[in-house]
Design a protein around this ligand. Structure first.
Ligand SMILES: *Cc1c(COP(=O)(O)O)cnc(C)c1O
Length: 408
């Protein structure tokens, strides 16, 4: 599969020999679907009936007035079923699974959000579903595990290694190698071997297609700047893709965690800390040490806490088409707080990175300029994480009381 799925030097498909045939089948199914106009229609129809698409664009009038600069609009991916843009990707892959005639899906998940979305898709389409999750993450993410099991998925706690996401990825790959005849591996972001970066961003591109049309309809012009948070890169590519040929500035915002100088962050593109390498089936910028060992990353937002990044975004970094910035945990919690109070919107901690960077820049823009922020998900479903981030003492009291009730 040389040269396919390369974005300059990034991307590729570095796979064990046994998986080549099954990945080729996926590539062929995807290519055929892309050329079939009825496929995108089937996809858009199911997303409208099942996941509230098209999601609206909301004018954030109070925030715009507060900063007194550019006018701020928000693309509402939080209104998707299961609360984030992840639904766009998993439902799209579900349709491909049907086309391939497979009956079982597997996925790995860290924070549990992608596992939740995959288990939901499997329930809807009638697939068997196994979710691999590091044992540490299973303990940290009980609410998501609870829902995945209710949805009929088998959640397998991975006890190997450090018992977190990367160990779950290894386990999922092992399963795929053994069961590829009937099983599809649902990758959660625009990373990994070809065709996943292209395929995931293809399904997510529905975000930008809608937003472009909606802005032209409402404002008779395109936004001047678009902000999106960057974990693996799927929501960012999803909103950016429709604007690549337009004079629109695209800004990807990574997780600066406790600050770049602290070393506790997940900034791969907006800092010199990451370097190019091959891991997990593809070539991109990774946060790794001199021996190529992956480093520990940190972010208040679990969905941004990842060592690699989409090879497509790596190319856009080099070409300069996308500007990359980073926001710290503290800036993110402040931006989230302000957004809740001024607009009654509750972005996910991940999405709040995009808000934080937009807020830094909004005052410098003129009132005729337009800012569009991608609200990739909603924060109210993450009450455990958000309440921890806010350090709310009455919440901690409530949790303690609950625990005592169970002990009694
Ligand atoms: C998973 C997640 C992300 C990060 O993933 P990308 O592939 O970078 O989009 C961002 N926001 C939310 C709400 C998420 O659940």
């Amino acid at each position: 599969m040389q040269n396919r799925g390369y974005y300059d030097q990034y991307g590729g498909a570095f796979l064990p020999e046994v998986l080549i045939a099954t990945v080729e089948e996926l590539v062929a199914t995807f290519e055929k679907a892309k050329q079939d106009p009825s496929f995108w229609k089937e996809y858009a129809d199911i997303m409208s009936e099942y996941s509230c698409r098209p999601t609206p664009v909301t004018f954030a009038e109070n925030l715009s007035n507060y900063f007194g600069g550019g006018r701020i609009f928000v693309k509402r991916e939080d209104l998707n079923h299961t609360g984030a843009h992840k639904a766009n990707n998993v439902m799209g892959q579900g349709l491909l699974v049907k086309r391939m005639g497979k009956t079982r899906v597997i996925a790995e998940t860290g924070a549990g959000q992608h596992g939740m979305a995959t288990a939901t898709m499997a329930a809807k389409f009638g697939f068997k579903c196994t979710i691999y999750m590091g044992e540490v993450d299973v303990q940290r993410q009980r609410p998501n595990v609870f829902w995945m099991e209710r949805l009929g998925a088998e959640v397998v706690p991975v006890k190997e290694g450090t018992r977190i996401l990367k160990d779950a990825i290894n386990e999922a790959l092992r399963d795929w190698v053994t069961n590829m005849d009937n099983t599809h591996y649902v990758l959660g972001t625009a990373c990994g071997p070809h065709p996943f970066p292209e395929m995931v961003s293809y399904f997510q591109s529905i975000i930008g297609q809608e937003a472009r049309r909606q802005m032209l309809e409402r404002e008779k012009k395109l936004p001047d700047r678009i902000y999106a948070c960057v974990g693996g890169g799927s929501n960012a590519l999803g909103i950016f893709k429709a604007f690549l040929d337009d004079p629109v500035e695209l800004v990807g915002v990574e997780a600066a965690g406790r600050g770049l100088e602290s070393g506790e962050h997940a900034v791969r593109l907006a800092s010199p800390d990451a370097s190019v390498g091959v891991a997990q089936g593809y070539k991109t910028y990774f946060l790794q040490d001199d021996d190529g060992q992956m480093k520990e990353t940190h972010s208040v937002a679990a969905g941004l806490d990842y060592v690699g990044v989409s090879p497509i975004l790596a190319q856009f970094k080099d070409s300069g088409r996308v500007r990359f910035e980073a926001a710290t945990d503290q800036e993110v919690v402040d931006a989230l707080s302000l957004t809740i109070q001024k607009e009654g919107l509750i972005p996910a901690l991940e999405s709040a990175h995009a808000f934080a960077q937009a807020f830094k820049e909004a005052p410098k823009l003129s009132k005729t300029e337009i800012i569009l922020i991608n609200q990739s998900g909603r924060g109210d479903k993450d009450i455990f994480t958000v309440a921890d981030a806010f350090n709310d003492p009455t919440w901690q009291e409530f949790i303690k009381k609950k625990a005592e009730e169970y002990n009694a």
